[in-house]
Design a protein around this ligand. Structure first.
Ligand SMILES: *[C@@H]1O[C@H](CO)[C@@H](O)[C@H](O)[C@H]1NC(C)=O
Ligand SMILES: *[C@@H]1O[C@H](CO)[C@@H](O)[C@H](O)[C@H]1NC(C)=O
Ligand SMILES: *[C@@H]1O[C@H](CO)[C@@H](O)[C@H](O)[C@H]1NC(C)=O
Ligand SMILES: *[C@@H]1O[C@H](CO)[C@@H](O)[C@H](O)[C@H]1NC(C)=O
Length: 418
């Protein structure tokens, strides 16, 4: 007899069990079991005293502050496999007793700073199998101290809130596998003394910076917890930068090298240490000499090879490093651009390529031709010859630099890279 039952439930107010759910008051703690009930939203009349709330396998699309308001005794909340795309700010704001939050198998693409505010005692946070592409840097800040288990696997993350994760002293399991992570900040795990499982499988890591965490587990006496580490399925670039890791010798794992070509496909732990090598920079081509008209843009190029790819710097005629300014840009690819040249920019520039294996340099000479009008004859500036149609050939031994001018003010100067 459904109608009388419904009346009875409505009459009993807040203590009612939501209609499609089952409520159990076992050992004095209330469980509200609503899995697989076809729910489109969190039932509004869940008993606020519930300790366990199971809402998995429904069709819930969004969560907001009213859904869990006043549930200060809730310990276990399961929302796995719904269709959640949005979590409103402070949706979990009252859940101060919450220990376990399952949000796996939903459709979250983003977590804002406020989405996970409130559960200050959270220990298990399961967010695997969403479509997360972004997590705000402060998203985990309310439970940094208490979190023990964080699962972010099977998402689209390139970045995670490293600063927050690195400051979770109780963390023992961290699953970051099957994401798009292509870099780990140095020392990301240095403070995680309790970490015993780290899964980085199937990301886009080409290299790993040395981290004290990785040497744990070899020395069973010294380490608080032996570490289970997996980073297979990453395109590891097996050069001298990964030698530190190879020296840790964990021959039981199945990681492979993706590059350099000679090592591609080989088992990481089977490649002899001596083959993890780098190549010092070699400057492949660079501008040798460049003449520009005063006021014009100057582009000095310098390209270097090496393994790992060298970092490029320029030192100007004043022997100072050239950084970005309102007039000049030093690009990572080795190109230096000076927007509006003046006589003071003329002189010798040095391009410096560095990597862990060494350094290489090249000299570039910049000459700034003073404009014909205005009697600009500052020292260091070459004088404009005044002809309306010119072809200069400036030879440097073995590699000619050619300069072509077609009109009084359209002198175009190019150097052929060496
Ligand atoms: C559960 O049962 C206990 C007694 O066994 C009672 O004191 C308590 O109020 C009940 N809780 C709820 C939420 O009904
Ligand atoms: C939450 O508790 C406050 C204060 O006890 C009360 O006024 C409010 O109605 C409650 N809200 C819900 C949704 O139970
Ligand atoms: C200068 O700016 C460019 C473009 O914004 C940037 O790529 C480059 O890294 C900067 N160079 C330095 C030396 O900061
Ligand atoms: C280097 O990078 C800058 C900025 O991205 C670009 O304008 C320039 O063409 C690049 N130079 C070379 C040689 O690739």
């Amino acid at each position: 007899m459904a109608p009388p039952l419904l009346l009875l439930l409505l009459a009993s107010g807040a203590a009612a069990c939501p209609l499609p759910c089952i409520c159990q008051n076992l050992s004095e703690s209330l469980s509200t079991l609503c899995a697989h009930r076809g729910l489109l939203f969190v039932p509004p009349n869940v008993d606020r005293r519930t300790v366990e709330l199971r809402l998995a396998d429904n069709f819930i699309q969004a969560l907001g502050p009213p859904d869990f308001r006043n549930m200060t005794g809730l310990v276990d909340l399961t929302l796995s496999r719904n269709a959640i795309t949005r979590i409103g700010a402070r949706a979990f704001g009252d859940l101060e007793s919450l220990r376990s939050l399952h949000l796996d198998g939903n459709r979250l693409v983003e977590l804002g700073t406020g989405s996970l505010r409130g559960p200050i005692n959270l220990q298990h946070l399961i967010l695997s199998g969403n479509q997360l592409g972004r997590i705000a840097p402060g998203a985990f800040d309310d439970f940094l101290e208490s979190l023990e288990d964080l699962d972010l696997s099977y998402n689209n993350l390139r970045q995670v809130p490293w600063a927050g994760i690195g400051a979770m002293p109780a963390l023992h399991t961290l699953n970051l596998d099957h994401n798009l992570i292509d870099a780990l900040p140095p020392g990301a795990f240095a403070q995680l003394g309790q970490l015993s499982r780290l899964d980085l499988t199937s990301n886009r890591l080409a290299t790993l910076a040395p981290d004290p965490l990785f040497s744990r587990g070899r020395d069973a006496e010294a380490s608080p917890a032996p570490l289970v580490l997996s980073f297979s399925g990453n395109p590891l670039h097996c050069n001298c930068e990964l030698l530190w890791l190879r020296r840790l010798a964990r021959p039981d794992d199945l990681e492979t090298c993706a590059s350099p070509p000679g090592l591609a496909g080989r088992y990481f732990w089977a490649v002899p240490e001596g083959e993890f090598s780098c190549e010092p920079p070699l400057i492949a081509r660079h501008t040798q000499r460049l003449w520009v008209l005063e006021g014009q843009r100057a582009t000095l190029r310098c390209r270097a090879l090496g393994d790992p790819a060298p970092t490029m710097h320029w030192v100007g005629p004043d022997d100072r490093l050239v950084g970005n300014s309102s007039r000049a840009w030093a690009f990572p690819n080795g190109t230096l651009e000076i927007g509006v040249t003046g006589a003071g920019d003329a002189g010798g520039y040095t391009c410096i390529a560095t990597n862990p294996a060494g350094e290489a340099t090249a000299r570039v000479e910049l000459r700034v031709l003073a404009l014909p009008h205005g009697g600009n004859t500052r020292p260091g500036a070459a004088t404009w010859p005044g002809s309306s149609s010119l072809v200069f050939i400036l030879g440097t031994s073995g590699s000619p630099v050619y300069v072509v001018g077609q009109g009084a003010l359209s002198l175009i100067l190019a150097s052929r890279p060496g």
